[in-house]
Design a protein around this ligand. Structure first.
Ligand code: ADP
Ligand code: ASP
Ligand code: MG
Length: 453
């Protein structure tokens, strides 16, 4: 292994069009330690492909395909004449058209993954040519040769050991002067069918490859110059965090800070690989470095960041049998597990339990999780009430459960809002609130002002 070996991942806006791709290519070229480049689809393409995979009529299909073609052609047309590349892109667009037609007759999770994979395939084919145009030795690599997953199409689980072996076989012996350009988000199951890691999964790909190839750093290039105290789209008061621990950043990602896919830090923590987050439009602005607590020079603050997750549903389950009885919670959670429901926040009282479920549907085939079958089964053990249009606001920090005055500071700022539920104490790193969806941004703004400004 070389002394310094960086995997660089560029998100959708960083490969959205020709100027964005050129900025990203310049970042790759500027750092000779960048050996592997992981790309998302050009911004907007995955959404269009997901819509096509849901099965559309011919008019909508034609419009979506024309839009995809125009996004990719606008990049192609800025490159020197390249008939072979144009033929490849045209062939991919033709495949997209025939798979979309198939989806309009019968959709399936496997078909969806095959269809959406073309977004990353096209952006990576175009990006290689931009590097070559800049006299760089670059090759296109099909990540599905190494990104082995199970067959849960739409949210496939990577097989870490196999990925390591396959990376050794396919990528370790490459010429060190060659830049490998590959795809985020997509993988393949054991029989070779294309899978995807869930929306926003390219960050995760970069971390998995970084781990498998013993990278010394994983760079995530996006449209913001780092990780901020909250989503800078919510408040202009958001401040960049220059360095942050794995634990804090993982909490942020889990609770909705879209800047990192929630699974990204798992391989990074496991293999202790620092992750850098910066803006491909403004690399000179620097960014955030995420690493282990010992590397952090400044003291860890009580309050670090605020994160927001929308589309939360609250279930309140009531049963008089819960009184002095054993096994009620076990029954409820067994039913939830059977229906693949993952629970986020939980509070209990004498005869009831309230829990939140994220209904965003982070897999590519986002069918509703809350089925009639689930409610029928829950109704056999308790009375169920459902509240929708809620948002989860997470206050992320350190030593929250052993510091005085935390609750006063937080709740003192929230006089004007209805806080439907609160979870405090399970982790020293977070305090979570459930507010009405319409209030959520205002809650964040007010809390941000109180805590950080
Ligand atoms: P990419 O396509 O590059 O993966 P994403 O849209 O997935 O980019 O992630 C970047 C976005 O994450 C930013 O534009 C920003 O709106 C959002 N975001 C949410 N929370 C944060 C945060 N705490 N810090 C920075 N960005 C955040
Ligand atoms: N292109 C995929 C998506 O939009 C994966 C990613 O960008 O990370 O979800
Ligand atoms: Mg992303």
């Amino acid at each position: 292994m070389e002394t310094s070996f960086i995997i660089a991942k560029f998100g959708g806006t960083s490969v959205a069009d020709y100027p964005a791709m050129v900025n990203s290519a310049n970042i790759v070229i500027a750092n000779p330690n960048v050996k592997v480049v992981v790309l998302s689809a050009s911004a907007g393409i995955t959404n269009l492909l997901v819509a096509l995979a849901e099965g559309r009529d011919i008019n909508i299909r034609s419009k979506h395909i024309a839009k995809i073609q125009s996004i990719q052609y606008s990049i192609l047309e800025n490159l020197p004449e390249n008939p072979a590349l144009r033929a490849e892109i045209d062939q991919i667009i033709a495949n997209i058209a025939s798979l979309s037609e198939a989806a309009s007759l019968a959709t399936s999770p496997a078909l969806t993954d095959e269809l959406v994979s073309y977004g990353e395939i096209m952006s990576s084919k175009l990006f290689v040519e931009i590097l070559k145009e800049k006299q760089k030795n670059a090759i296109w690599f099909d990540v599905r040769k190494v990104m082995r997953t199970d067959d849960k199409f739409g949210k496939a689980v990577p097989k870490i050991d196999e990925i390591k072996q396959l990376c050794c076989a396919h990528l370790k012996s490459l010429n060190p002067e060659t830049i490998v350009v590959t795809q985020g988000f997509i993988g393949s199951e054991s029989t070779g069918k294309t899978t995807t890691l869930g929306r926003g999964g390219s960050d995760y790909t970069a971390a998995l490859l970084g781990e498998a190839l013993n990278a010394t750093q994983i760079d995530i290039w996006t449209d913001v110059a780092g990780i901020y105290t909250t989503d800078p789209r919510i408040t202009s008061g958001a401040k960049r965090i220059d360095e942050i621990s794995f634990a804090e950043a993982a909490e942020m990602a889990t609770f909705g800070a879209k800047v990192l896919h929630p699974a990204t830090l798992v391989p990074a923590v496991r293999s202790n690989i620092p992750v850098f987050v910066g803006s491909s439009k403004a690399p000179q602005e620097g960014g955030t470095i995420v690493y282990n607590t010992h590397s952090i020079k400044s003291a860890l603050p009580s309050f670090r960041a605020l994160a927001l997750r929308r589309k939360q549903t609250l279930l309140t389950l009531t049963s008089l049998n819960m009184l002095h009885a054993q096994g009620f919670l076990a029954n409820v959670f067994t039913i939830l597990a059977k229906h693949n429901i993952s629970v986020d926040l939980v509070t209990t009282s004498e005869v009831s339990i309230a829990l939140t479920i994220d209904t965003t549907g982070t897999n590519t085939n986002g069918n509703s999780l809350l089925t009639k079958a689930l409610f029928d089964e829950l109704s056999t053990v308790c009375h169920v009430e459902v509240e929708e249009d809620l948002a989860l606001i997470a206050i992320i920090g350190n030593n929250l459960t052993t510091t005085k005055g935390i609750a006063k500071e937080v709740f003192g700022a929230l006089d004007d809002f209805i806080i439907r539920l609160c979870c405090y104490g399970a982790s020293t790193h977070n305090l979570c609130l459930l507010a009405r969806s319409n209030d959520a941004e205002e809650v964040i703004k007010v809390l941000h002002k109180t805590i950080f400004e």
